[in-house]
Design a protein around this ligand. Structure first.
Ligand code: B12
Length: 286
């Protein structure tokens, strides 16, 4: 049995929650196909890693595409070799192409394949976010229509929220995520939530356009380790005073394209790094 490598850190229940499977099914795949290679703690508990999570998602992807279980396991085990960087970047270009062509089937297939081969961090940082940003920039430059931008944002938002299933469960520190009143731009915040969950946090997501009073109420009820608000619009409604009040009772952080040092200082918040994955890493390391 392998020694406990640093990245082996969650138990079978957490792996089942993350992948929408059951501990019984995971044990069966481990026993029958050697799909998972858990490490063992002193106490003999199995601990699983991101690589184990990638294999389960790969197995699910192959089964969804109609492969037999043994064949699906074989492909999932074979999938690990692909270098993350190179492939994902190419995928981002093909994904943007498929999205601008309203080719849902191809866009979904590219996303499925990426999930089968790369970690969630790589899918976020090298595929979903670059593709969303590229469509956004083309829209701003008048090279993409509102319909193309809406199609792309909605499809990817659906896939990212699909990955978020169960992100509120577990025993890790809890983060309460929301967009302030009048703010509908939550794609970066969803990506940030997924990156936090990948690092063992529990995520409570209130989503777009949330009154600060509602955030304060939930924070008082849940007592999260962190409250995070995302700002994409510079012309956002005046919530500074309300946020500063909230910042006096909870640990507050702000992020997003319109989150500035001035805003963070004004409300007593931590200013998060622009990249959602790097921001989650920095917070967890901290
Ligand atoms: C998609 C989009 C929408 C979608 C949002 C869908 C959704 N669920 O998020 C919809 C259609 C709802 C929308 C509506 C509007 N939008 Co809009 N939208 C965009 C668009 C095209 C892309 C934004 C996006 O999501 N990009 C993908 C994300 C992942 O990238 P990003 O936002 O750049 O974020 C990066 C970082 O900031 C970071 N990040 C983002 N959030 C967070 C959060 C945390 C915690 C962290 C750590 C990091 C982080 O992650 C990303 C890094 O990769 C941009 C144009 C652009 N080029 O950005 C305009 C844009 C943001 N929208 C704009 C405007 C004006 C509007 C509307 C008013 C348009 C209208 N007249 O109706 C409405 C307002 C809605 C509202 N009340 O908020 C303006 C904002 C101008 C400003 N600075 O104030 C922009 C910049 C377009 C423009 N150039 O004018 N929009």
């Amino acid at each position: 049995m392998r020694r406990v490598p640093a990245q082996a850190r969650f138990r079978i229940g957490e792996l089942a929650r993350r992948t929408g499977t059951s501990p019984e099914l995971l044990r069966a795949w481990e026993r029958r196909y050697g799909l998972l290679e858990p490490a063992r703690t002193q106490g003999g508990f199995r601990l699983y890693s991101d690589e184990d999570e990638r294999r389960v998602r790969a197995m699910q992807g192959e089964l969804e595409r109609g492969a037999a279980a043994a064949q699906a396991a074989e492909r999932a085990l074979a999938g690990a070799a692909v270098p993350e960087e190179a492939g994902a970047a190419d995928d981002a270009d093909s994904l943007v192409e498929a999205l601008l062509a309203f080719d849902e089937g191809r866009a979904q297939a590219i996303f499925d394949r990426a999930l089968a081969v790369y970690s969630v961090d790589a899918v976020l940082g090298r595929l979903a976010l670059p593709a969303l940003r590229s469509v956004g920039e083309r829209w701003s430059a008048g090279e993409a229509t509102v319909a193309q931008e809406h199609f792309a944002s909605t499809l990817l938002r659906g896939r990212l929220l699909g990955l978020a299933r169960g992100w509120g469960a577990g025993t890790g520190p809890r983060a309460l995520l929301a967009c302030p009143p009048g703010e509908q731009h939550d794609l970066g915040l969803i990506a940030f939530g997924l990156a936090l969950r990948g690092r063992g946090w529990r995520v409570v997501f209130l989503g777009p356009d949330t009154p600060v009073a509602t955030v304060a109420e939930e924070a008082a009820r849940l007592r999260p380790e962190l409250v995070v608000l995302a700002f994409a619009r510079t012309d956002g409604d005046g919530v500074i005073a309300e946020l500063a009040e909230l910042g006096r009772s909870v640990r507050l952080a702000v992020g997003g394209g319109a989150a500035t040092r001035e805003l963070a200082d004004a409300v007593g918040a931590v200013l998060l790094e622009p990249d959602p994955v790097a921001a989650a890493e920095a917070l967890t390391a901290h």
